[in-house]
Design a protein around this ligand. Sequence first.
Ligand code: BEZ
Length: 320
Amino acid sequence: MNTLKKFAIGLAALALPSVASAEEYRLGLITPPPHQWTVSATEAAAEIKEKTDGRVDILLFPSGQLGNESQMLQQLQTGAMDFAFFTLGEFANRDPNYGIFLAPYLVDDVAGARELLKGPTAQKLLDNMSNFGLVGFGWGMAGMRIIVTGPKVEKIEDLKGKKIRTIPFAPELAFWEALGAAPTPMPLPALYDAFANGQVDGMQIDVEGTWNTKYYDHAESIIISNHMMFPMAAIGSGRKWQSIDEKDRAVIDEVFARKLDEMVGKYAEIDAKYKADLETTDVDVTTVGREWFGPAIDAWYEDWRVKAPMLVELEAETKK
Ligand code: BEZ
């Protein structure tokens, strides 16, 4: 190939967009393909593509293919990626008010969580996503949190000194420390191996993931505590959002909001189905309530009502 031609090809390559063509967008999330977050994202992307006549084609990158949430947040802020489904971790570490949904036993069940996620405090936190250079589309969730442990655990004292995998954010770490456990932050994609090789003794996790990722393979106890709701934020890059046509934005907004609410609605059934599946294994599955955790929960509330004042507003919504 002559030098001129090589130069022309080089120039053409430089002119190509680095990630995707004008109508292709990237949505990143840490859950694997079978998880409901990924399923709902796939359905939303298909509907958005259809309703925008192909102008908005959202490609999915599950299982942390675009990086962990901290790396993805940076990409969203620079406009290098476009959409994401996130846990609360990155937000709660920047503003403690985003951690309030994880208040232990704030709600009894998925129905209670669904109400709160559509309430005024949740909406305010969604609107405040602009502080991070993001657009918030709505709240989803991953059901209620349970505890899965390698060694047998029957009473709260059995958790003392145990390394319990958590998401690395302050309210969750504080909860486990108050219980005398050793909270061990770890990203979801690393969890299976860490549990299998004994790097952690247990985890707080969702019922769905416990079944689909087979954490029960290495467990002696599954404690259905339903002690926290576990919200998910559907977000977009504020920079990219500006470049999308107004009528396509309206479609994206509407489809995400509806799909997320549907997702949350499904979780009562999803949690019940996977709990029943887990009961078919050899692992001990027990159900416990707030009293099982002892006084640590009241102490947690006293502390976090001060650290995250929006918690008080959220608690008031549960009493309406
Ligand atoms: C977790 O890190 O525990 C998690 C993240 C997303 C969905 C479900 C669980």
